[in-house]
Design a protein around this ligand. Structure first.
Ligand code: PGA
Length: 251
């Protein structure tokens, strides 16, 4: 079942996504939430922090797992995803550090993939998994490939992803070329998925992913086989191609 929510603006998309996440946490205060990085969820995290500050939401017993991390970056590196999470959410709310899980970018990568999978096994199914989508259709760092990885994997980032992410680094040469990423099979185990997309640049890929051929060349297309509750929150520019080709999705 896919539910589409078209927000009037990028900010509004973040607010709607935050409300959905907050609702899951209010119903289950020790929810296991799956978190993502990138530009897209920043607004959402800011709304969640606002809710905490306003006394409307507590993360005291919430547990979190992140999708991915760059290989080679320690948590102290400003572009590491551990740092991103701290800056954008964790340091602003009452979540406990020991409940926040992110793959390590500096541990032995193969051993870390194994450790992360055992951790995910122990934690059980994610109550709600937040996902962004890359311009190439990646989810987490599962890049276009000939197969859908099942477990946590070491991935080589495509040139387009390195290029897209270079905007955060001083130069393209500083962008790590490898990452550790939760595999597609792991992502699909979540009870619920919240896919958040904003901006016209995501319009084509969002439509291809959710209505096109299901192929590992477009990793997010596997979401069409997802058995849980998929909610797609997108602003109008990101929804534009879907709305022009499939105008009924909002009814
Ligand atoms: P973005 O990245 O939010 O920075 O566009 C999304 C993604 O690559 O998953």
């Amino acid at each position: 079942m896919v539910k589409f929510i078209c927000a009037d603006s990028e900010t509004e998309a973040g607010r709607v996504a935050a409300e959905i996440m907050a609702e899951v946490i209010r119903i289950r205060p020790d929810a296991l939430i799956g978190l993502a990085t990138g530009s897209t969820p920043i607004n959402m995290y800011s709304y969640l922090a606002d809710m905490y500050r306003a006394g409307e939401l507590s993360f005291k017993d919430v547990r979190s797992v992140n999708l991915d991390e760059y290989v080679g970056l320690p948590p102290t590196h400003v572009q590491s995803y551990a740092h991103f999470m701290s800056e954008n959410l964790f340091s602003h709310v009452d979540i406990r550090a020991e409940n926040c899980h992110i793959p390590s970018g500096t541990a032995d990568t193969d051993a870390e993939c194994e450790r992360y999978d055992r951790l995910l096994d122990r934690l059980g199914r994610v109550d709600i998994q937040l996902l962004g989508i890359g311009h190439n259709g990646h989810i987490a760092f599962n890049e276009p490939d000939s197969h859908f990885p099942k477990d946590t994997v070491r991935v080589r980032l495509t040139d387009s992803t390195v290029e897209a992410n270079s905007r955060f680094f001083a130069s393209r040469d500083e962008v790590p070329t490898e990452a550790i990423s939760m595999g597609i099979g792991r992502i699909l185990r979540a009870k619920r998925i919240l896919l958040l997309a904003t901006g016209a640049g995501k319009a084509d890929i969002l439509e291809r992913a959710l209505f096109g051929r299901i192929t590992p060349a477009v990793p997010a297309s596997i979401l069409q086989f997802y058995q849980g509750e998929l909610t797609v929150v997108a602003d109008r520019p990101a929804m534009s191609v879907i709305l022009s080709k499939h105008p009924d999705v909002l009814t």
